[in-house]
Each structure stands twice: as structure tokens, then as C-alpha cells.
Design a protein around this ligand. Sequence first.
Ligand SMILES: C[S@@+](CC[C@H](N)C(=O)[O-])C[C@H]1O[C@@H](n2cnc3c(N)ncnc32)[C@H](O)[C@@H]1O
Length: 226
Amino acid sequence: MQASSRVVTSNQSGLHPRLARTVLRHLHHPHRSPLAAHNQTVWEELRPLLQADPRPLVLDSFCGTGMSTALLAQRHPGHLVIGIDRSAHRLHKHIASPGANYLLLQAECEPLWQQLAGAGLRVDYHYLLYPNPWPKSRHLQRRVHGHPGFRDLLALGGRVELRSNWQLYVEEFGVAMYLAGVRGRVRQLPEAPALTRFEDKYRRSRQLLWQYRGRIGYSERPDTRS
Ligand SMILES: C[S@@+](CC[C@H](N)C(=O)[O-])C[C@H]1O[C@@H](n2cnc3c(N)ncnc32)[C@H](O)[C@@H]1O
């Protein structure tokens, strides 16, 4: 793997001016696109597995080679850990750990979130580690928080962790979560062994890394209203 990687550059200098409008539109006017055949096939294989497996869920969305999926399965031994990435090329580079007890799916995340949420499923933890940044201003809707699928991510619930080497992406995500009523925290990612291949690459090129953590459906302060 390359030891150096470029920092994200963007024609955006601050939060996207249409961030709030875009997020609120997706929250209030859900858009349902038909499921593409390849995602449908994955969902039809996944559904009976979920019905047969009572373990609570951990999602590793945009998992790339699945390095993080394997590490997260060690971190959450009582959970069913599912990594999702659309790239067969990346997934084929996966190095399976002995006794692997996780699933790797080749699919787009957003339609799968839609199916999972539509089936009434909830997750305990949802990791979104270094999704593509889409740094051009006109690509806001391709970012996780600017996409209509953000609504399904919220419906899935759980503790959400997003990481990026682009601070603005993480801040925008935090603002979008705030607009959806979820309180969380953005901070610089503390030093620790890399959870993903991209994290390792960014660390080696001494880039600053950023993290959002929040918990959907959790209020930090007790509700004192009667
Ligand atoms: C920057 S890489 C990060 C991969 C991995 N999380 C890591 O940190 O090593 C972004 C990944 O997102 C995947 N991806 C992009 N858009 C996607 C989508 N809509 N659904 C599923 N995977 C997607 C790409 O194939 C790529 O593997």
C-alpha cells in the first residue's frame, strides 16, 4: 500500500450552505428508490440469515476490504457483525481471520439500510469508517448526511461512529445528526492501532483524523418534563 496520501481539498470552506435544507428535506419527505437487482439478491440472501440469528447487529458500512469488520467482530463477540461495501475488488482483498464470525456483503449501503429499517430491524452499533468524502460542493447529496438514505441510517438507531480525514465532513455529519435530534461529539481521533486500511494509510502520512460519536434515541440529560 502507498505510504503517503493526499489531504482532502475542496471548493467548500465551511459547512455547505444547503446542508440544513437538504437534511431536513430528506427527513420530512422520504424518497424511496426501487431496489436494484444486485442489492435485491443480497437482501434475499441476508433476510433468512437474520431471521435465524437472534444476535444483535453491528453494521460496518463502507467496509472496504473488511479489515475493520474482522476487528469489530472481535470487539463485539456477542453480536452479528455485517460489513457492506459495493466494491468486489476491495472485498476480494479481505484477509479472513481464523474462525471468522462475521458477514461481508457486496452491495450499496443505502438500499440495504432501507431494507433493514423497512423490516423493522435495529442495530446496536453502526460504524461508518472513511466513507468517500465527495469534497466538491455540488456532491453534497453523495455524502452520507446529504443522501436520502440518511433517514434510514437514523431509523436503524444505535451508537453511530463516523471517521474521516476531512474534518468538515465529520462536522457536517454532526450538524445533520443534531438537526435529526441526535446529540453527539466531534473530536480528533485519538492515537490507536488502525481499524481500517485507509486509517493506516492516513496515519502513515501524518494526516489528522476526525471522529463523530453519537447515540440515536439517547438523551444525554434525563427528560424532567412530567
Ligand atoms: C475511502 S474507502 C474506505 C474503506 C474502508 N472503510 C477503509 O477505511 O479502509 C470508501 C469505501 O466505500 C465504498 N463505497 C462507496 N460508496 C458506497 C456505497 N454507496 N455503498 C457501499 N460502499 C460504498 C467504496 O467501495 C470504498 O471501499
